[in-house]
Write a protein that binds this ligand. Structure first.
Ligand code: 13P
Ligand code: SF4
Length: 344
């Protein structure tokens, strides 16, 4: 198996992580916003597509109003198949961009365009293009958590739902791979497939914070709990998992496994859906590095946390935060993004 080669690539410390936004919507405001948003969705022929990490009020509203809550692959599928003329994508920017790439005829809005992703930020398009130019013999496979420019440069886009299968398929075809941006997911795939993968050095600030030593202590305290881990986590944390997988896979595991309790190493926004599908079970957040003011993310993505009912309403009402992409770049990104859907 070929080891990843250290290359001159950007440090993930080049960007700043915002502090966790405070959601100050009280019960009265919530009760006023929900019917207003439902009315606007009808008037604008719109549907909400939300990620499992978003605020639970948004997840409930999306499902009540005929929209959808899921992982990043299924969000892309839903946006592509739903007849609504307008999509409100509650999540982070790459999810809104993916919806627009796949549906150029639809209008795609986001509650906020400031909702970045540390993986996307750790892979600037120009530096990534140079990296690809240096390795023309490799098939470029990028995680969906990237910009439209990076997707335009890629041969394949994947998510955590299908990355292993795509890499295995390419390996069977004799391809050598250039993988970006998440090094933890990349190393996990490499360890399972033995593929020849040259890695970019990005990471998710939320998942990178999970700590194996703290997890080992927690496992001693809850010996009957199953450990569920998203593959953006460090290898030592993945090694302790009973189930490793996408957000949808981890939610499914709470129903499939006989355990009554689960230690969960992913964003704690997922607990809403886990509690919904397995109400009799209990969920414990995996330990992170630092607590309170000292932890970078405290097991919740600060960019996902920027979405709330108020900015969903204003995006719908005033057409704020529309995703607008350069047509040529979006056309190029469509090729690699469609491959992802077709492969699945
Ligand atoms: P999923 O595709 O598993 O939902 O993951 C998206 C993500 O951003 C995880 O941090
Ligand atoms: Fe990106 Fe991590 Fe937030 Fe997911 S949790 S959107 S990978 S920063």
């Amino acid at each position: 198996m070929q080891q990843s080669i250290p290359v001159s690539i950007p440090s993930i410390n080049k960007f700043t992580v915002p502090s966790m936004p405070v959601n100050d919507i009280d019960d009265d405001e919530r009760e006023a916003l929900i019917p207003r948003i439902k009315q606007l969705l009808k008037e604008k022929d719109a549907a909400i597509v939300a990620h499992y990490y978003t605020d639970k009020d948004i997840q409930i509203l999306a499902e009540e109003s005929g929209g959808y809550v899921s992982d990043s692959l299924d969000m892309a599928r839903f946006g592509n198949s739903h007849p609504a003329k307008t999509l409100i994508v509650a999540g982070v920017r790459f999810m809104g961009e993916t919806a627009k790439i796949l549906n150029p005829e639809k209008r795609v809005f986001m509650p906020t365009l400031k909702a970045d992703c540390s993986l996307d930020l750790s892979c600037p398009p120009d530096e990534f293009a140079r990296f690809c130019d240096e390795h023309p013999d490799r098939t470029v496979v990028v995680y969906a958590n990237t910009s439209v420019q990076v997707k335009a440069r890629a041969d394949w886009v994947v998510t955590s739902s299908n990355a292993i299968q795509v890499v295995q398929h390419l390996m069977d075809e004799g391809e050598k791979i250039l993988w970006a941006p998440d090094r933890h997911l990349g190393h996990y795939i490499q360890s399972l497939t033995g593929a020849d993968m040259l890695m970019w050095n990005g990471a998710c600030v939320v998942h990178e914070s999970f700590k194996a030593t703290g997890l080992a202590k927690l496992k001693q305290k809850y010996p009957d709990a199953a450990v569920l881990v998203h593959p953006e986590s460090p290898a030592a944390v993945i090694a302790m998992a009973d189930v490793v997988g996408s957000t949808s896979r981890l939610i499914k595991a709470t129903q499939e496994l006989p355990n009554q309790s689960f230690i969960v190493a992913t964003d704690n926004g997922i607990f809403h859906k886990m509690q919904q599908v397995a109400p009799e079970k209990s969920f414990i957040s995996a330990p992170i590095g630092g607590r309170g003011a000292t932890c970078l993310s405290c097991a919740h993505c600060p960019w996902m946390g920027m979405n709330n009912l108020r900015n969903v309403a204003t995006a719908l009402e005033f057409g704020n935060n529309e995703i607008v992409l350069d047509a040529d770049i979006a056309q190029k990104a469509l090729r690699s993004t469609q491959r992802m859907l077709q492969f699945s």
